[in-house]
Design a protein around this ligand. Structure first.
Ligand code: NAD
Ligand code: WQD
Length: 329
């Protein structure tokens, strides 16, 4: 298949492009490089020893998107492009609502114009809000605590309505849990600009001595050790989940959780990271971070039953590969 990968120079998009190329698909990436580097495109080629086409364009720009669609005959689109920093979305809501929802609408519009019928969307477990764990796809979505989360809810609704109005349009809404780790080559991975917001990149930078110590946000949650519990998923498993979703896509809207189904606490992750990599991660316990929930993990039975996909890599591989990437960059 010929697949347009928006945001393909970013963290999850680059790993998914590797898996797509290795599965024999043609990959066309469009990315404005607002949160990624051009080198990643060469790294994807280096890993796969395959060619791909890259456009440096903004997918909210209709003329640019129209031109890309007119140059190719796509079988499907995987839409990763978007902004993802939760805290920044509270400070600059319009920037987030605009980029994340307009990009979705523009891409859906040009899919319809050019007869592209398969659309895979990067959603997030954040759409479940404070539902009880494990999160199941059939749950009613509860308010998220930030504009970023709302952009995912709104984009899911937009795509659902587009599919309702166009019965041959096929949409897969993939709700990612907490992606971590890197390609095992160490050539691509997560490289946030400035001080990381997310736990794993913070841990790797503390272990490397680039940051002094980890601050653990709260140890008074109703969890086994009091720290927050999340469903961390290896980014390569997540990437494989996209290819499974794409290859099984049928008309209508399909929602899938992509996680491992297993909750890990902050302290468990820190201890595993230290043990697997033989390094120290100094930490201190501080107050809760506003907007955080106690627990988030997936019910993964639907993806297993319908896509034949399950996460294969465990927490030790996630820690090993995140560290390998940190040591290479
Ligand atoms: P990322 O920032 O590494 O990748 C996103 C890419 O999109 C970047 O390369 C950026 O330059 C590009 N981009 C942003 N706006 C664009 C635009 N208007 N036009 C063209 N390119 C644009 O983020 P990621 O972690 O790879 O996330 C990918 C997607 O998955 C995002 O939609 C994100 O919201 C979603 N998601 C991420 C996580 C996570 O924890 N990383 C969890 C759930 C969902
Ligand atoms: C994980 C755990 C923190 C940093 C976010 C988004 C979500 C999704 C994934 C995009 C929590 C604790 C963290 C630190 C800590 N992204 N923590 N010290 O908050 O589950 O999810 O990223 O869709 O929408 O909200 O991930 O990695 O920030 O936090 O103690 O320095 O680590 O409190 O329990 P989160 P995270």
């Amino acid at each position: 298949m010929h697949i347009l990968v928006t945001g393909g120079a970013g963290y999850i998009g680059s790993h998914t492009s590797v898996v797509l190329l290795e599965a024999g698909h043609e990959v066309i990436i469009v990315d404005n490089l607002s949160n990624s580097k051009i080198e990643t495109i060469d790294r994807i080629k280096q890993i796969t020893k395959k060619e791909l086409i890259f456009y440096q364009e903004d997918v909210t720009d209709e003329a640019a998107v129209d031109a890309i669609f007119s140059n190719h005959s796509f079988d499907g689109v995987i839409h990763f492009a978007g902004f993802k920093a939760v805290g920044e979305s509270v400070e600059f809501p319009l920037k987030y609502y605009y980029n994340n929802t307009v990009s979705t609408m523009v891409l859906a519009k040009y899919c319809l114009k050019y007869g592209v019928k398969q659309f895979v969307f990067s959603s997030s477990a954040t759409v479940y809000g404070e539902n009880d764990v494990p999160f199941v796809e059939t749950m009613e979505l509860l308010p998220t605590t930030n504009p970023y989360g709302e952009t995912k809810v709104i984009s899911e609704r937009i795509l659902t309505d587009v599919a309702k109005a166009n019965p041959d349009f096929a949409v897969s809404l993939l709700r990612y849990f907490n992606p971590v780790g890197a390609h095992e080559s160490g050539l691509i991975g997560e490289d946030p600009q400035g001080i990381p917001n997310n736990l794993m990149p913070y841990i790797t930078k503390v272990a490397k001595g680039k940051l002094e110590k980890l601050r653990i946000f709260g140890n008074d949650y109703p969890t086994p050790d009091g720290t927050g519990v999340r469903d961390y998923i290896h980014v390569m498993d997540l990437a494989e989940g996209h290819v499974a979703a794409l290859e099984k896509l049928t008309p209508g809207v399909h929602v899938y959780n992509l996680g491992t189904g297993r909750g890990i606490s902050v302290l468990e992750l820190v201890k595993t990271f230290e043990e697997v990599n033989g390094v120290k991660v100094p930490y201190e316990i501080v107050g809760r971070r506003p907007g955080d929930i106690a627990e988030s993990y997936a019910d993964v039975s639907k993806a297993k039953a319908e896509l034949g996909w399950t996460a294969k890599r465990g927490i030790r591989e996630m820690c090993r590969d995140a560290w390998r990437y940190e040591c290479g960059v």
